[in-house]
Design a protein around this ligand. Structure first.
Ligand SMILES: CN1CCN(c2cc(NC3CC3)nc(N)n2)CC1
Length: 157
């Protein structure tokens, strides 16, 4: 009802993480994982796989994607909560390719461009990068300002 579900996928290995520079729409000019809205006719995992293909031409498989976290965002004056399901994977097919939506680029873990990412990322990335499952809730006063948040490690998703 007053919640919209989104996916967010990160391809990672021991050395690097794939991010995309958003070229249009919500989050334009920010680096992020790949994802989008979950449509009515698809599961969350199907949406995650679809968005990877659409946004950077890479194929990921259901069995290779791990659900690693859930992020809930609320925004001052907006009744709809943004429910982002975060996935991480290692195995992919094809080559990350720029599309109209995203310009993909591999980053080493010491060069993640947090200043050019959503402000919440620096708060929950440490959980993902340390392979901890997480659940985070963030309230945004405006699109640049987190007014409060809570994040906790989960024992299972
Ligand atoms: C389809 N996209 C996937 C990613 N997503 C967000 C949001 C976000 N913070 C919220 C204040 C906006 N932070 C990250 N890292 N991703 C929004 C919806």
């Amino acid at each position: 009802v007053l919640k919209k579900i989104y996916t967010l996928v990160f391809l990672r290995n021991e050395k690097k993480i794939l991010l995309g520079l958003k070229k249009r729409g919500f989050g334009i000019n920010k680096w992020n994982g790949f994802g989008g809205k979950v449509e009515q006719n698809e599961s969350v995992i199907e949406a995650a796989i679809r968005e990877m293909k659409e946004e950077c031409c890479v194929t990921v498989k259901k069995d290779d994607l791990k659900s690693v976290g859930q992020l809930e965002f609320t925004f001052e004056g907006d009744p709809v909560m943004m429910d982002v399901r975060v996935f991480s994977g290692v195995v992919y097919y094809g080559t990350p390719t720029e599309t109209e939506e995203m310009a993909p680029k591999w980053f080493t873990y010491d060069s993640i461009p947090f200043d050019d990412m959503w402000p919440d990322d620096r708060l929950w990335f440490p959980y993902m990068l340390n392979n901890k499952l997480f659940y985070g809730k963030f309230h945004y006063k405006d699109l640049d300002t987190i007014s409060n948040y809570d994040i906790r490690e989960l024992k299972s998703m």
